[in-house]
Design a protein around this ligand. Sequence first.
Ligand SMILES: O=C(O)c1ccccc1NCC(=O)[C@H](O)[C@H](O)COP(=O)(O)O
Length: 212
Amino acid sequence: MSQSTQIKICGLSTPETLSAAIGAGATHVGLVHFEPSPRHLSLEDAARLRAMVPGGVKVVLLTVNADVATTGKAIELVKPDVIQFHGNETPEWIKVVREKTKVEAWKALGVKDAQTLANSARFEGAVDRLLFDAPAKGLPGGNGETFRWDVLKGFDHRIPWGLAGGLTPDNVADAIRETGTDMVDASSGLESAPGVKDVDKIAAFCKAAFEA
Ligand SMILES: O=C(O)c1ccccc1NCC(=O)[C@H](O)[C@H](O)COP(=O)(O)O
């Protein structure tokens, strides 16, 4: 059993599923603030859920191409431990937000091929973690699509990173073994319908990730 695997369950939107994720051992819980998403939460609802999270579990607030004022307001209201940028935010822009707010910053990147990984070096010094995800499809993320994990093999990572994109209770152990990641992130693979998390799938996912 790998005790060190970190698990982020993203797109939680109810107290029941939030506590299921925490009870199953998730190290990070993700709240989505992006109106087109079926997982969208108003900042007020996100703040209410955030208040239910015990210390020791990190709250990740996800935004997409929000402007500086909205990002600042989101951080002030929700008080996340981490802010995850899931749009076309540049390293320079993220650096400014990170310096102003002192909040841990993650950047999601849609991996098309090895070139995406090579280009990711430009985020060095700007972010605390990269999240390698499938390329944007209908939404910038949360589409349940995997990508070619083999491009990660042998890559000289300079920035802490995590793996996202189409992860489920059935494939997460393979994903960990094949990529060597120490962090996995899942959303739609743990749902019974778009935006509706399934507590049994959350538990099965965490168990499979810890046992990989
Ligand atoms: O989850 C969303 O609806 C979403 C919308 C817009 C940008 C990002 C979004 N989710 C990002 C995540 O962190 C997901 O966990 C990640 O993309 C993986 O999603 P999935 O493939 O559904 O597991």
